[in-house]
Ligand binder design. Structure first.
Ligand code: B16
Ligand code: MG
Length: 218
């Protein structure tokens, strides 16, 4: 059987942690007197923690000192982790575990490719860590998506050529990163947003085993 590399983004693909990021960012924004909406939160998907705070400050026309910036980042993460601590396997998005199991049974390479610095902890909480032979997260990269670095490191760790890798992504920047890496991109979400992806599915319930088998064999 062919061996391909399947690389999963975390937030929006494996779990929906965007709702917890939103609650934590909203509390921070309120403390600064900045109004922060769910629409703005959409624009933070796939974006690093530092860049997210920079964007919120610019939306609110606020300038703060480096010290305060670092303190706010730490506070936001503490708040966020309080939500993460309550997570368990029931928060896995539908059919994700079944897809991971099918890929593992098919002896495929499986890696994470996420911007989150909390990725390993979250994978532990939802109990899927053991499926991944490689994990690349926000601690391992110096350039954020749409730079392809995160996915190229994943391919290297899997020891599989980039053009033999398939990326599951929910963010535009992530799809662009996968395409730039020369990989097959699969957008998880809406066609309106993810039209640059090679394939788009609403979620994993829409992805059949025969589609995955074709990706493996072709
Ligand atoms: P952290 P992904 C991203 O995860 C989130 O979509 C984004 O909203 C978040 O700011 C980023 O991780 C960093 O997360 O604060 O945990 O380091 O979609 O790349 O898996
Ligand atoms: Mg994502």
């Amino acid at each position: 059987m062919n061996k391909k590399g399947f690389i999963f983004d975390l937030d929006g693909v494996i779990v929906d942690t965007a709702k917890y990021h939103f609650l934590a960012w909203k509390k921070l924004a309120q403390g600064l007197g900045i109004d922060f909406t769910e629409e703005e939160n959409e624009q933070l998907k796939g974006v690093s923690r530092v860049r997210s705070l920079e964007k919120i400050l610019s939306w609110g026309n606020k300038t703060i000192s480096d010290d305060q910036f670092n303190r706010l980042m730490a506070e936001k993460n503490e708040d966020y982790l309080r939500y993460i601590d309550k997570m368990d396997e029931s928060e896995l998005l539908p059919m994700v575990k079944e897809t991971l199991q099918f890929l593992k049974d098919s002896q495929q390479g499986i890696s994470l490719g996420s911007a989150s610095k909390n990725a390993r902890h979250i994978l532990d909480k939802v109990n899927v860590n053991s499926f991944f032979s490689a994990i690349v997260d926000g601690n391992d990269v110096s350039r954020a998506k749409p730079d392809p670095e995160v996915f190229l490191i994943a391919a290297k760790l899997l020891d599989i050529e980039p053009n033999q890798c398939i990326v599951f992504e929910d963010s535009v920047a992530g799809v662009q990163a996968a395409n730039t890496a020369g990989m097959t991109s699969i957008g998880i979400g809406s066609e309106d947003v993810l039209h640059e992806a090679h394939y788009i599915f609403k979620d994993f319930t829409q992805i059949s085993q025969s589609f995955i088998t074709d990706l493996i064999n072709n």
